[in-house]
Design a protein around this ligand. Structure first.
Ligand code: ADP
Length: 494
């Protein structure tokens, strides 16, 4: 998710919050219980909106709406090119409101406006457009079977999909999930994260304005163990697409099994970022900094295990430390800000607990390690050196601005250590020796490997985890396939 350099000139104004209810069958509704929950601005801890707290009754209504649209409505039967046209229209409307949506994301999540303007929202638009282009290109094949038969396959929409997303890239996660679902003709019930429901609700409004029929996209804000669990258990849902923690995915998997729902999971990681002594050091230092601190360290693919070859280790760490110290923390509405607050108190507490674990386990704290300021969930960019593979900060996902630096000496050793984890979402390698880079990339048990770069995402490039980092892939053609059922049709020709 490379951030561009274009910045708005002055401090950005707070946006209006317009949509706070459930969006079901094209209507904005309070939760059946009448309950609401607070969403806050993480930089000030103030309540910015009261949002409908959906639960089972609201999920039931939303699944009914999605089911009715899928089984009897126009969406999945529509000329596929027309479906694509409506998706392009949605992308255009998001683009027209890009600045406002970016500000809404910054308000709800706390991420710097420079990131939401130059990374999150442009990637949302690109993802919807990419999948709009697929809508009329979803094809089956003809199969040469024995005997006097004609055999072909069709790729049909999987049906009603339940989509559960996290808070770290709220609008972008919605786009990753809506894109392939809409292109294939599925209908959607989405449960956004309780910390960050606002951009998803706004995008639902824009989808309706674009002419996407009622019932195609339904959004039920609420908590995971209530609204989320009801969505997973609902027999009217054909597939669950989930991004979040591995422990939650295991709960979801068990429940989804009861009705044999299809599942795709995009989960966490402890991604190795490996710097060989022959790397372009400037690029690798900036890459290592970006790989971990981007988005306040709240990335499932964060380069949180930084392995540096012994020959360059000390110089590398010195220079990286300088860069870390220069990182501008502050008001996320200031375009100069590089690091905003963590999303909430729970994450803030968890991260600082890991800082204590790092110290207790004997790692050396070289910068950061404390709260920044006295209001909001800000944490200084933090780096530990002398980290050993079995320390808690090297093994467990922290999801915050805490870097663990580990030393290595040779290529075989580092491949084994990089893979010595149950996760396998992403990895990176920095070297000028391109053959070594490719050989090393082949050895890594990870769904994405970046060579001399980090966090380079594209809607066309599949993303997902090996091992416990996930199931299935999102984005690209692989992401599309996960929203279809393959039907084989065989015709007697005599
Ligand atoms: P995070 O630490 O990123 O919040 P979670 O896995 O807890 O990770 O949350 C990701 C999403 O999963 C959120 O939308 C959350 O509400 C939802 N969720 C949490 N628990 C459950 C559950 N038991 N069933 C379904 N969804 C859940």
């Amino acid at each position: 998710m490379a951030t561009a350099t274009e910045k708005p000139a002055k401090k950005v104004a707070r946006p209006k919050i317009r949509q706070t209810q459930c969006f079901i069958g094209g209507k904005w509704l309070d939760a059946a219980s009448g309950k609401t929950f607070d969403t806050i601005h993480p930089a000030t801890e103030e309540v910015i909106a009261k949002v409908a707290e959906g639960d089972k009754a609201d999920i039931d209504l939303a699944v009914d709406a999605a089911r009715a649209q899928f089984d009897g409505g126009e969406w999945s039967r529509m000329n596929a090119r027309e479906r694509g046209r409506l998706m392009y229209k949605l992308a255009d409307l998001i683009e027209e409101e890009a600045d406002e949506l970016a500000a809404l994301e910054t308000l709800d999540n706390g991420k710097p406006i420079n990131d939401s303007r130059n990374a999150d929202i442009p990637l949302v638009i690109d993802c919807i457009r990419y999948y709009a282009g697929w809508a009329d290109k979803i094809q089956g094949s003809t199969i040469p079977v024995s005997g006097d038969y004609f055999c072909y396959t069709r790729r049909e929409p999987v049906g009603v999909v339940g989509q559960i997303i996290p808070w770290n890239f709220p609008a972008l996660m919605a786009a990753w999930k809506w894109g392939p679902a809409l292109a294939t003709g599925c209908t959607i019930v989405m449960k956004p994260a309780e910390q960050t429901p606002l951009t998803c609700l706004r995008m639902a409004h824009l989808a309706q304005k674009a002419g996407i029929p009622d019932g195609v996209i339904n959004v039920v804000p609420g908590y995971g163990p209530t609204a989320g669990a009801a969505l997973v258990a609902h027999p009217g849902v054909d597939k669950i697409a989930f991004t979040g923690e591995g422990a939650t995915a295991k709960i979801i998997q068990r429940s989804a099994l009861e009705t044999m729902k299809r599942v795709t999971f995009e989960l966490g990681g402890k991604s190795p970022n490996v710097v060989f002594a022959d790397a372009d050091l400037d690029a690798a230092i900036h890459g290592a900094h970006f790989a971990l601190y981007f988005n306040q360290g709240q990335c499932c693919c964060a380069g949180s295990r930084l392995f540096v070859q012994d020959k360059i280790h000390d110089e590398f760490v010195d220079r990286l430390q300088d860069l870390n110290k220069s990182r501008r923390i502050g008001d996320p509405f200031d375009p100069e800000t590089e690091q905003g607050p963590q999303v909430d108190q729970a994450q803030f507490d968890k991260i600082l607990k890991y800082v204590e674990y790092g110290k207790e386990d004997g790692a050396k704290l070289v910068n950061g390690g404390a709260r920044h300021g006295d209001k909001g969930y800000f944490i200084e960019p933090t780096m530990f050196t002398g980290v050993k593979d079995d320390m808690r900060i090297a093994k467990e996902e922290i999801f915050g601005p805490v870097m663990s630096v580990l030393k290595f000496s040779d290529v075989d050793e580092i491949a084994r250590r990089a893979n010595a984890t149950n996760d396998g979402l992403a990895a990176a390698v920095w070297t000028r020796d391109i053959a070594k880079a490719h050989r090393f990339a082949n050895k890594l048990r990870a769904g994405t490997v970046w060579i001399n770069c980090y966090d380079v995402f594209d809607a066309a490039a599949p993303f997902g985890g090996f091992k416990e980092s996930g199931l299935g892939r999102e984005l690209g053609e692989a992401g599309l396939a996960a929203y279809t059922e393959l039907k084989t049709v065989t015709v007697a020709m005599n």
